[in-house]
Design a protein around this ligand. Structure first.
Ligand code: SAH
Ligand code: SF4
Length: 360
């Protein structure tokens, strides 16, 4: 989709054209200007040449998970980026979302969550993460981030399932806070009632703990959910797993998070991968409990998705770990289906990227 020439084509057109076109593109999800039937024919022809709407992509079903689909979206420069659609049967009794408030989504049979990438690759090199092992290619523009959402909206429309994208998680490839301006531009665009109109409360951003980003986000008047990738309860283990932890010690992260909570009154989710023999002992759980026992802190335990380097903790270990935290008064969830689907996305990214590199 290439709409940067839009203003040029619309020169001399009445002002309302913009609103009309926004509705066609981001609410009706047209993929061909011919579908924009209320536009004059001549304008449609001009738009077809200057602003092609096609989004080139390949869709894969995630292994073993019928309702999760992954796609590689091809960008203008020939690079590609991965995005995931997770379709979950809505279970009204079970919270899958930590802020679902007054969601329209609750009324539908399925909830659709799109996981978007913010960068191609990632420079932070976390040892457990396939994207991190891939290295870094470039930042995505806000348009390229938005395009991932539009792609899935169009697919849902084509399947005629009467469903839309309900939630968006910035948990695909890359560190959103290293691409802050484009990330926040994308959030505002997706949130805009005249375009995609998805509530900020239904968006979540995950960061490896970049305190500058946490501070900036606290200053935005947006109700987007914040998640912090913690993965260890002490700095020395965290530094082994996530090299960037050397720059951002836990004490600084918790200070920024507490300031964020003071300023926004919003809950914060901490993500903790369960990696066998690395961070899943009883002692780890006890240390983690000491850090987590604060109001508005939520802990999400995520079984590590095998990327070849470590092993996943057993179900039993995860349950014991969870029990220790619960007994200590921590709000803790294990997001088995949702979490592992997201993780599956993260853990499998590099396979396709290398494949796409091979094709060029
Ligand atoms: N860079 C950001 C957001 C993208 S990663 C961040 O690190 O938070 C999104 C989530 O996937 C993070 O919590 C990350 O730790 C997790 N993740 C990465 N590799 C994983 C794996 N192999 N298994 C499960 N989760 C993984
Ligand atoms: Fe980057 Fe997040 Fe992967 Fe770490 S976990 S390498 S920060 S994408």
């Amino acid at each position: 989709m290439k709409i940067k020439n839009l203003s040029q084509v619309l020169e001399g057109q009445p002002k309302y054209r913009y609103a009309q076109i926004n509705k066609f593109l981001f609410q009706d999800y047209i993929s061909d200007w011919d579908e924009a039937s209320s536009l004059p024919k001549k304008l449609r022809e001009e738009l077809s040449v200057a602003c092609p709407l096609e989004i080139k992509a390949e869709v894969f079903a995630a292994e073993g998970r019928q309702k999760t689909q992954r796609a590689l979206v091809y960008l203008e420069d020939g690079e590609s980026v991965e995005t995931v659609l997770i379709r979950q049967k809505a279970d009204k009794n079970k919270d899958t979302d930590y802020d679902k408030a007054d969601d329209q989504a609750d009324k539908r049979e399925y909830r659709n969550t799109v996981c978007v990438s913010s960068q191609i690759g990632c420079p932070l090199g976390c040892t457990f993460c396939a994207t991190g092992q891939l290295g870094f290619l470039r930042n995505l523009s806000s348009a390229e981030i938005v395009e991932q959402v539009v792609f899935w909206q169009r697919l849902l429309k084509a399947e005629n399932v009467q469903e839309k994208v309900d939630n968006i998680v910035f948990m695909g490839m890359g560190e959103p806070f290293l691409n802050y301006p484009e990330f926040i531009k994308a959030v505002k665009f997706i949130n805009n009632p005249e375009t995609l109109n998805i509530g900020a409360r239904r968006m979540s951003v995950s960061t490896a703990g970049l305190t500058e980003g946490i501070k900036k986000l606290a200053g935005e008047k947006l109700q987007i959910n914040l998640a912090i990738s913690l993965h260890a309860a002490n700095d020395s283990l965290r530094q082994k797993l996530m090299p960037i932890a050397k720059k951002y010690p836990l004490v600084d992260i918790f200070k920024s998070v507490d300031d964020y909570i003071k300023k926004t009154g919003r809950r914060v989710m901490f993500e903790y991968l369960m990696i066998k023999g690395i961070n899943d002992s009883q002692k780890d759980a006890e240390n983690l409990a000491l850090l987590m026992r604060k109001p508005l802190y939520l802990l999400n335990l995520i079984p590590y998705n095998d990327t070849g380097r470590f092993q996943t903790s057993s179900r039993e270990t995860i349950n014991d770990f969870k029990n220790i935290l619960e007994k200590a008064g921590v709000s803790v969830t294990v997001r088995l289906s949702f979490g592992s689907d997201i993780a599956a996305a993260c853990g499998q990214l590099h396979k396709n990227i290398s494949a796409s590199k091979g094709r060029r």
